[in-house]
Design a protein around this ligand. Structure first.
Ligand code: FES
Length: 106
């Protein structure tokens, strides 16, 4: 049984290409990225240490952590540059009627 609940986090129009926002749903800190017309949601905190990825640098589909320069593939959450070795959690995301919805498992 699917126990994922979708929560509205922003309007799609609030983000332009390359924009990043941080949202909180319950206890989860989540980063939402816009790449072109795609939206992606990942964990908001770097897996290396405590850095907020919303303060990182986005280049194409890569986000570089602001602390030690590790980076992740935004589309997959995969850690792609050291010192990051643990992938970012990804959250299901959908856009409905212009609203960005992020799925949280109950
Ligand atoms: S906290 Fe992100 S690379 Fe170290």
């Amino acid at each position: 049984m699917d126990s994922t609940t979708f929560h509205r986090v922003a309007a799609a129009d609030d983000l332009s290409d390359g924009d990043v926002i941080e949202v909180k749903v319950g206890d989860d800190v989540i980063t939402v990225f816009r790449i072109g017309d795609e939206f992606h949601a990942t964990a908001g905190i770097c897996t290396h240490a405590y850095a907020r990825l919303v303060e990182g640098y986005v280049e194409g589909d890569i986000v570089e952590c602001p602390y030690h320069g590790g980076s992740f593939d935004i589309r997959t959450g995969k850690a792609v540059a050291s010192p990051c070795t643990v992938d970012l959690k990804r959250y299901p995301l959908r856009v409905e009627a212009g609203e960005i919805l992020v799925g949280i498992e109950a």
